[in-house]
Write a protein that binds this ligand. Structure first.
Ligand code: NZQ
Ligand code: ZN
Length: 385
């Protein structure tokens, strides 16, 4: 096992009716900015619950944060915070609203150009305004991690940053607020969480049986819960388990002490920057092609994955690996997620753009061995056409 530090300071408040607990978590004298997305939180009554819980505090609201949140929108919130003496931020939404809030929290306390926060991958972040979250979409794990992904439409860039200052102080996870999610977002969430686990698991063995075993449990749980969450949207036990699984998939625990890949994410972000394809769908396209392409580097873990996640025990090594890749693709397709680039209007000319964007963004040595150069990404993308 590799050396590691693990410290996750986010306080989780999980279960039915927990939004009422905001009153105890947000300082009584706080001047709060509530941040939300395109209106689902208003329509579903989540914002009404939030306002009721925070009665007595000064509240200002900032709506309109987009899926794949935009840099320019976040800067408007920074201005609002400075103009109104806001002291606490509350994100109400999915990964996009939470990611935007993290960026805003860091940008408010940053003296230089806010774009540096992203180009430095968070290295310049020295402080951030405190914030909490009310999660409405199980998917990204953003509610319990220090990462954020922001899109700059003018620059055609979707970049990630991480900072230890950007863990939420608390996150409220009420599974009942996920009942209103459209099937497309449930499918996306299951696929995104699945690939988060894979990026931290499907590398090479380092004698880390706890991390591997936990990762395999999360993967099997997602395979089991995905279809149930779609078939019975108001089943509390299914939604509760899904919500906690997605959080555990990317809160640092399974990734501690093991090599990590993240190349499907980095290549996927460039697809979204190009044409706004849903994040999870880009992963469902890239991952099967990448698994096949990297079968030598990932051989031992692919065989372990085949056996422990899909119960594939028969056949030669190549046959078992082929079967595991086919099962992965079949799982995404069973969720209604297409797995070919052509399904998302990406052809050969677009691959050129994606590959040069990887170079432009310095993403030239991806994967657990830092061995996936843009030319390798091109081969993987061509296999995904
Ligand atoms: O905008 P509103 O109206 O709120 O609607 C949203 C949005 O259209 C809707 N929605 C959310 N909760 C709902 C709901 N609709 C009905 N009922 C509810 N309870 O769902 C749509 C998608 O929301 P979004 O927040 O964009 O989805 P998700 O949570 O999948 O977040 C995706 C973003 O997170 C980034 C992605 O790149 C993408 O930008 N990621 C962040 C990560 C992180 N911080 O650790 C890791 C991930 O790998 C990912 O890159
Ligand atoms: Zn993701």
């Amino acid at each position: 096992m590799n050396n590691f530090d693990f410290h996750n300071p986010t306080h989780i408040l999980f279960g039915k009716g927990r939004i009422a607990d905001l009153d105890a978590r947000v300082p009584a004298d706080a001047k709060v900015l509530i941040l939300y997305g395109g209106g689902s939180a208003e329509r579903t009554g989540v914002l009404a619950q939030v306002r009721a819980a925070l009665t007595g505090r000064k509240l200002i609201e900032f709506g309109g944060i987009e899926p794949n949140p935009r840099f320019a929108t976040a800067l408007k919130a920074v201005e609002l915070i400075r103009d109104n003496g806001i002291t606490f931020l509350l994100a109400v939404g999915g990964g996009s609203v939470i990611d935007a809030t993290k960026f805003i929290a860091a940008a408010v306390r940053h003296d230089g150009d806010p774009w540096e926060i992203l180009t430095s991958q968070g290295a310049v972040v020295a402080d951030a305004m405190p914030f909490g979250t009310v999660l409405t979409l199980p998917a990204t794990g953003s509610e319990m991690n220090p990462g954020s992904v922001i899109t700059n439409a003018e620059k055609g860039a979707k970049l990630a940053f991480l900072s230890p200052h950007c863990y939420p102080a608390f996150s409220i996870l009420d599974p009942e607020v996920t009942y209103s999610l459209p099937p497309r977002q449930i499918s996306n969430g299951v696929a995104d969480a699945f690939v988060h686990v894979i990026e931290q698991y499907l590398t090479y063995p380092v004698a880390a049986p706890v991390q591997d075993g936990f990762a395999e449990t999360l993967l099997r749980t997602l395979i089991d819960l995905g279809p149930k969450a779609l078939a019975t949207p108001q089943d509390y036990d299914t939604r509760a388990a899904l919500m906690w699984t997605a959080t555990q998939a990317l809160n640092g625990l399974i990734g501690a002490g093991v090599p990590q890949d993240w190349s499907s994410h980095m290549i996927g972000h460039e697809i979204t920057a190009l044409n706004d394809t849903d994040h999870a769908r880009t992963l469902a396209v890239v991952l099967p092609a990448l698994m096949n392409d990297q079968r030598e580097a990932k051989r031992a873990k692919l065989l372990q994955y085949a056996r422990n996640v899909w119960d594939i025990r028969e056949g030669s090594e190549e046959e078992r690996i082929d079967a595991a890749i086919a099962a992965t693709r079949g799982f995404f397709e069973s969720l209604g997620i297409k797995t070919r680039l052509g399904d998302y209007a990406v052809g050969t000319p677009e691959i050129d753009i994606i590959v040069s964007a990887l170079s432009d963004h310095g993403l030239t040595a991806l994967g657990e061995h830092r061995s996936i150069a843009p030319s390798d990404a091109r081969r993987i993308l061509e296999a995904a056409l």
